[in-house]
Each structure stands twice: as structure tokens, then as C-alpha cells.
Design a protein. Structure first.
Length: 151
């Protein structure tokens, strides 16, 4: 219901701006023209941001973070040999999550090599967003386990 109301409001705003742009007074035409130019600027900015993030992704933005985590896990595992088994289990779980994220990155990179439709590109953007959230969570969890290993 709320989604329908939002869509209706957006449609009404676009209709009013379009009407004012073509049939309004000179003041209304100027205002509508200004709104359209601002919307165009926002769209261009969003496009540049998406292009920048894609370049960072292709340059290995996530790969470096995952490599650092792998190194930290190895160090923690070596230190944890002296500690309890539950810490080793936690480190093993973190390593599995890191490996899963690496596979997801490889999958995304493969998909980006192909020509994508708009729907597929949106799906890829959502996958990247989810991947970033999972990576952030993995880093947070890793910090907690590594601090525990230091104790």
C-alpha cells in the first residue's frame, strides 16, 4: 500500500513538472527546467559513482581485505595452538566464511565480464552491496576473535 502511494506521488510530481515545463508560465517553466537539470546532475553523479565502484571492484578492492584476513587467521591459528580448542574452531569458521566470500567475488567478476541487462546490473549491484556488508561483518567478527586470541 505504501509502495503504491509513493509511486503515485512520484508520478504526480513528474506529471506536474512536465505540464509546467510545456504549458506553464515562464516562471513555472524556469522552475521545471531547473528541477530537470538538477535531476540530470544527480543521475550523472550516481552513474559516475557506480563506475568508480566497479573500477575499484575490478582493481581488487575486496581481494586485498580478504588476503589480510587470511594472513591474520594464519597468525592467530599458530598462536591459538597454545590456547583452547574453541578458539581454533572460531578461527576455522572465520576461514570458511572468508573462502565463501572469495568464491562470491569470483562469481561476481565472471558475471561482470558478460553483457548485462539493466535488471541483471541491478542484481549485481545488490550482490555487491550484500558482499560488502558480509565483508564488514567478517572483519568485525575477526577482530573479536583475534582480540580473544591475544588474551
Amino acid at each position: 500500500m505504501i509502495g503504491f502511494l509513493i509511486k503515485l506521488a512520484v508520478f504526480a510530481i513528474i506529471a506536474i513538472l512536465g505540464y509546467n515545463y510545456f504549458f506553464g508560465t515562464s516562471e513555472e517553466k524556469a522552475q521545471s527546467s531547473k528541477v530537470f537539470s538538477q535531476v540530470k546532475e544527480v543521475a550523472v553523479s550516481v552513474g559516475e559513482l557506480a563506475k568508480s565502484e566497479k573500477e575499484k571492484f575490478n582493481a581488487g578492492k575486496y581481494d586485498a581485505a580478504l588476503d589480510k584476513l587470511a594472513s591474520a587467521y594464519k597468525t592467530a591459528r599458530e598462536g591459538a595452538q597454545k590456547l583452547d580448542a574453541s578458539l581454533l574452531k572460531d578461527i576455522g569458521e572465520l576461514e570458511k566464511r572468508r573462502a565463501t566470500l572469495e568464491k562470491e567475488i569470483a562469481s561476481i567478476e565472471e558475471a561482470e565480464q558478460a553483457e548485462l541487462s539493466d535488471a541483471e546490473a541491478k542484481k549485481q549491484a545488490k550482490r555487491k552491496e550484500k558482499l560488502q556488508q558480509e565483508l564488514d561483518k567478517l572483519i568485525t567478527d575477526s577482530d573479536a576473535v583475534l582480540k580473544q586470541a591475544e588474551l
